[in-house]
Design a protein around this ligand. Structure first.
Ligand SMILES: [Zn+2]
Length: 436
């Protein structure tokens, strides 16, 4: 429970522009009840600040924060996603409850400082043990599921725990090595664990979603059931799709279809479904996918770090609310930087500016949507906007920070997204509670 409050900053984002003398009224539950012209003294005045909706990080693997600085030398001139994955598995095998919790708290605290007030945690590292039993593969203890929820509560971030189903090491191949810590071998038991977690959530800041890991890790029949189950339960469903060319080749060899083609043919596709990456997806399939109301999460900094390739964001944005962002491997946590990468790498590729722009040609406003309300849509959460009915998920940027000097109400948003970083963020509010 927080107390009822009225917040007034020097400028407040109203969805279109920054406005002065606006007040945001928040109830004791942490929900915005009204945004209106100032009347009377606020209970919290944020002088020299501009208020924006908190950013939504729609795709994270918090524990991968432990890989930062590792695996960045390539003595043989070779280094790709698959060699990075081997380093990730070594980390996976080294973690216990204490180190897992420490890494997750660290990642979530850093997200808050970077402007992310909500995280979609795509959680597949379930077990603190390997779960082997007399040589036969058994699931581990699911101890890390609660560790992630505890870490989010300790840091103060809103979390949608996207509980991941992970059954095969590659199509038709059993789990091996570190992958055994991801094991969910039986769908009914997996759903029972989901129900157990539902009973442990913090009501105001924690929700669940389903996350079949990928077509390489989830057999067809299980995948169909998982998406159906998400629809039946009213949960969002997220899945990694077409990040790597090899992943597409293996799927075509096994099923005759690419992963996205398979999804379009075999499961209900719509606003409940979010594909992550879609780096090598064809424009035609992407167009069909977003036309259904479904979402795409792009992770520009991680995709750049891993050398994945460049997804066709211009086609994804044929529906302006289709694209959201994720910090994925958490190699770098900074919301403005994540967003400017979304645009800048495509400027470099296409030798033109303004790839991610709204119907008025405004890039900063389109990027803000990708970083806020589009992510909220993909997670099915009422955040990402400063308006009645949404949770008060807010960030306050320092209008007088050195990197923003000279900006006015009209130029502040692009100045912040292109010229500043999370360090210009001074206050962060999650569900009415001021974290910093
Ligand atoms: Zn991922």
């Amino acid at each position: 429970m927080t107390t009822q409050q009225t917040i007034e900053a020097e400028y407040t984002w109203d969805g279109e522009s920054f406005r002065a003398q606006l007040q945001v009224h928040v109830d004791g539950q942490g929900r915005i009840t009204r945004v209106a012209d100032a009347e009377g003294a606020p209970t919290r005045r944020l002088a020299r600040r501009a208020l924006l909706p908190g950013f939504v990080n729609a795709h994270s693997h918090a524990f991968q924060r432990g890989l930062r600085g590792l695996g960045e030398s390539y003595p043989l001139g070779q280094g790709d996603f698959w060699s990075w994955r081997e380093a990730m598995y070594a980390l996976v095998l080294s973690l216990d409850r204490t180190s897992m919790k420490r890494l997750c708290v660290q990642a979530f605290q850093e997200m808050l400082a970077a402007g992310f007030t909500t995280v979609g945690e795509f959680h597949y590292l379930h077990h603190s043990n390997l779960g082997a039993d007399a040589g036969e593969l058994r699931e581990g203890d699911f101890a890390f599921d609660e560790v992630v929820l505890e870490a989010a509560a300790e840091a103060g971030i809103r979390i949608s725990l996207l509980q991941s189903f992970y059954k095969t090491g590659a199509i038709g191949r059993p789990l091996a090595g570190g992958q055994r810590r991801f094991a969910t071998l039986d769908l009914d038991r997996f759903l029972q664990q989901l129900d157990r977690l539902a009973a442990k959530l913090h009501v105001r800041t924690q929700t669940l979603g389903l996350a079949p890991h990928s077509l390489r890790a989830v057999p067809d029949e299980d995948l169909r059931r998982l998406v159906d189950e998400a629809v039946r339960r009213g949960l969002v469903c997220h899945i990694h799709v077409e990040e790597q060319r090899r992943e597409i080749e293996e799927c075509v060899a096994a099923t005759g279809k690419t992963p996205l083609e398979w999804l379009l043919a075999h499961v209900p596709v719509g606003p409940h479904l979010t594909i992550v990456h879609a780096t090598h997806s064809t424009p035609e399939r992407l167009r069909r996918f977003v036309e259904t109301g479904a979402n795409v999460c792009v992770c520009p900094i991680t995709e750049g770090n891993l050398g994945d390739g460049l997804g066709d964001v211009a086609t994804m944005l044929t529906r302006p609310d289709a694209v959201c962002i994720g910090s994925d491997s958490n190699i770098r946590l900074d919301a403005p930087e994540e967003l400017r990468w979304l645009e800048f790498v495509r400027r470099l590729r296409h030798e033109r500016r303004g790839v991610c722009r709204d119907s008025a040609g405004d890039v900063a406003r389109q990027l803000l949507l990708c970083g806020t309300s589009n992510g909220a849509r993909a997670l099915g959460l009422p955040v990402g906007r400063i308006e009645a009915g949404c949770w008060a998920a807010l960030i306050a940027i320092d209008v007088y920070a050195p990197e923003l000097r000279g900006a006015n109400a009209d130029t502040l948003l692009p100045a912040f997204l292109f010229g500043a970083s999370g360090s210009a963020i001074r206050e962060v509010c999650v569900g009415g509670r001021w974290i910093r």
